[in-house]
Design a protein around this ligand. Sequence first.
Ligand SMILES: NC(=O)c1ccc[n+]([C@@H]2O[C@H](COP(=O)([O-])OP(=O)(O)OC[C@H]3O[C@@H](n4cnc5c(N)ncnc54)[C@H](O)[C@@H]3O)[C@@H](O)[C@H]2O)c1
Length: 324
Amino acid sequence: MSWLVTGGAGYIGSHVVRSLIDAGITPVVIDDLSSGIEAFVPEGVPFLHASILETDAVAAFLAEHGVVGVIHCAGYKYAGESVRFPLVNYKANVDGTRALLEAMEREGVRRLVFSSSAGVYGNTGEPVVTETTPTTPESPYGESKLIGEWLIRDQVVATTMAGAPLAATSLRYFNVVGSGYADIYDASPHNLFPKVFFAIESGKAPQINGTDYPTPDGTCVRDYVHVSDLAAAHVVAAQRLDAGDALEPVYNLGSGSGTSVRQIVDAMVAATGTDKAPVEGPRRPGDPASIVADGTLATRDLAWAMRYSVQEMVDSAWASHPKA
Ligand SMILES: NC(=O)c1ccc[n+]([C@@H]2O[C@H](COP(=O)([O-])OP(=O)(O)OC[C@H]3O[C@@H](n4cnc5c(N)ncnc54)[C@H](O)[C@@H]3O)[C@@H](O)[C@H]2O)c1
């Protein structure tokens, strides 16, 4: 009996894999290594180097390892890039999720935890979003995550009608940063933390994109959460689905408070000890001004808690960042 983590060689998925092991749940991993790193998967964890689009291979792997549930982290996560490459984005996040659901249905796997995103909300105009805040995504990425949630919702309805219900929940992540292990880091070339670190290492000043947003200091406001806290919530979700408990269809994994990009970049600059002050650049397409989430529901049902401060997020991210 095991749980499959799709995208388990990625930044978040590999944290989830290690948290499952710590909780006594056996993980197995499928990853196409399009952005993941195989070395992030602990030795001894069964690993299939394949795309979730390969339904036959995924179904065979589910059967081979007696998979009872899936934590679906595989995906394309670049909101800004998705504006330029919508088809790449939809293939990974929509076609991929549909294909995974098909493989799960074929093999009778009836538990699913889905990596959704704050990107489903877009610019809500609300200071703090809850799960009932209307979803108005601003990028193909946010749209694709919302479609993923709809695919899952519809499959829950269909499988319930068929008498073999899929039990599923979608976790809407906010800005996931930090590291729980010295050897796992966010390798994304487009996310704020690695971009700032790479810039500083190459002797350049880090860039802040957009300083004319309607926010207190003009830069985007985001809700930063530590990846280890996030991984812990996945384990509880898996345990509760294993126990047959009903979960909400969606949960926000946010802290309820925001930090501006300028504040977080200043903290990164301080952590690295560089003398380069941040420079200001233009807005990126698809970036909402402010996203802060209420995590009350997740606290109630998934033991969601912010165990780490923003400073610890910055320090652990810098400590794990591979130095040039
Ligand atoms: N990092 C964040 O702040 C954040 C915020 C909200 C949501 N998310 C979502 O969380 C998930 C994980 O994000 P991450 O930060 O770990 O990104 P990541 O890029 O490090 O991990 C994604 C993993 O999925 C794999 N993958 C991509 N397409 C695949 C496919 N078709 N088949 C098999 N494997 C595939 C990649 O190789 C990679 O290992 C993504 O779905 C992302 O959209 C991330």
